[in-house]
Design a protein around this ligand. Structure first.
Ligand SMILES: [Zn+2]
Length: 320
C-alpha cells in the first residue's frame, strides 16, 4: 500500500503547504478545499488524514501501510467522520452526527471531512459553525467543495481556503492514456475523463453528434428522433447524451468568443457550424438544454421533450 499523498497527481504547492503546516503544528483547524469536481481534492484530504493518524510515521511521512493508514484509505477510521450529501443536500441530522462524534471521549486527534460542503443547508451550516467553536484542540474540519461561493460567508470566514486548479493534459496522461478528444473535453477533471473514455459514452456521443450534424443540414439523411428512445429512457445514457449536447454548445460559444485553436473532429465541426451561423441563438441552446436535462431527470415523455428542444433551438422558430 502506498502513502496516499504520493498517489495524488499534481497540486504540488497545496500538498507541500498542507503537510508542512501540519508537521509544524500550524495547520488551521478548518480547511476549505475548493476547485472543480474530480481533480483530487478528496484524495488530498484523505492523504492529510493519513499523515495525522499514522502510527508508523518515519521522518514526518505517513507509512501508508499500518492499520491506521489502511483504515483511512478505506474511509473507515474510528476518528474520522465523513459527511456527504443525500439527495443533493446535507441536512441538520448529519451535522448532529458531528456533534455526537465530537462528544466521544478520547484523547486522539479527530477529523471531520465534509464532502460537497456547498450542499449543507442553512440549519446544518449553523450547527457546523457551532461545532467549529466548541471543538477542542487537535480536531480538524476538512470541507471540500466545487462552489466556494455557495458556502455561508460565516463558514468561509472561519476556515482557511485552499484552491485547487483543473489538471493539465500532461497530468491526466499520467493517470491513463486518454484519447485526445477526451483530454480536450474533460476540462481537467479525472472523473469526467474516466467517464468520457468509457465505451458506452462514446457510443451515445457518436450517435448524438451524427444526429445533430444531420439536423443542421450537413447531410441529406433524414433525422430520426424516435431512434433516441432507448438512450433517453436510460438514466446513464441520457446523461451521456446531455453531456455531449452541453459540450458542443460550450465549444460553439468558445468558437464565437474567438478561442478556436482546437483540434478537428466531428464535435468541433458541429460546434463550428453552430458558431459561424448567426441564425443559431446559442443562449437559447443553453437554456433549452438545461430544460431538456430537467425533463429527462423528471421522466417527462422523453421523445416529446427532445422534440420540444429541437423546436426551441430551431433557427426557424418564429416564436422566440
Ligand atoms: Zn501508517
Amino acid at each position: 500500500m502506498a502513502r496516499l499523498i504520493d498517489t495524488v497527481v499534481s497540486h504540488e504547492v497545496q500538498k507541500t503547504h498542507l503537510l508542512g503546516a501540519y508537521h509544524k503544528g500550524r495547520l488551521h483547524p478548518v480547511q476549505i478545499f475548493s476547485g472543480p469536481s474530480g481533480i483530487g481534492k478528496k484524495q488530498i484530504a484523505l492523504a492529510l488524514v493519513q499523515e495525522i493518524f499514522c502510527q508508523n510515521a518515519h521522518l514526518g511521512k505517513a507509512c501508508g501501510s499500518c492499520p491506521q493508514c489502511l483504515k483511512v484509505e478505506h474511509e473507515q477510521h474510528e476518528n474520522l467522520k465523513i459527511i456527504k450529501p443525500e439527495k443533493s443536500v446535507i441536512k441538520i441530522e448529519k451535522a448532529r452526527e458531528i456533534i455526537s462524534f465530537l462528544g466521544l471521549k478520547d484523547t486522539h486527534e479527530k477529523v471531520i471531512l465534509v464532502d460537497d460542503a456547498h450542499l449543507l443547508n442553512r440549519q446544518a451550516s449553523n450547527s457546523l459553525l457551532k461545532s467549529f467553536e466548541e471543538s477542542a484542540d487537535r480536531v480538524y474540519f476538512l470541507l471540500i467543495t466545487n462552489s466556494l461561493q455557495a458556502l455561508l460567508p460565516t463558514i468561509r470566514s472561519r476556515g482557511q481556503s485552499i484552491r485547487f486548479s483543473p489538471l493539465s493534459n500532461e497530468d491526466l496522461l499520467k493517470i491513463k492514456p486518454f484519447d485526445p478528444w477526451v483530454l480536450e473535453e474533460a476540462g481537467g477533471s479525472v472523473t469526467t475523463a474516466m467517464e468520457l473514455q468509457e465505451e458506452s459514452f462514446q457510443e451515445v456521443r457518436n450517435k448524438t453528434i451524427k444526429f445533430f450534424l444531420d439536423w443542421i443540414g450537413r447531410s441529406s439523411s433524414p433525422v430520426d428522433v424516435a431512434s433516441f428512445k432507448d438512450i433517453l429512457g436510460d438514466r446513464e445514457r441520457s446523461r451521456h447524451f446531455i453531456l455531449t449536447i452541453q459540450f458542443f454548445i460550450n465549444r460553439a460559444l468558445h468558437f464565437r468568443s474567438g478561442a478556436s485553436h482546437l483540434a478537428q473532429n466531428e464535435l468541433n465541426e458541429l460546434s463550428l457550424e453552430l458558431a459561424q451561423n448567426p441564425q443559431y441563438d446559442l443562449s437559447s441552446w443553453v437554456v433549452s438544454s438545461i430544460q431538456l436535462d430537467r425533463d429527462l431527470q423528471e421522466n417527462v415523455d422523453n421523445i416529446l421533450s427532445f422534440e420540444n428542444f429541437l423546436i426551441d433551438v430551431s433557427p426557424n422558430n418564429i416564436c422566440r
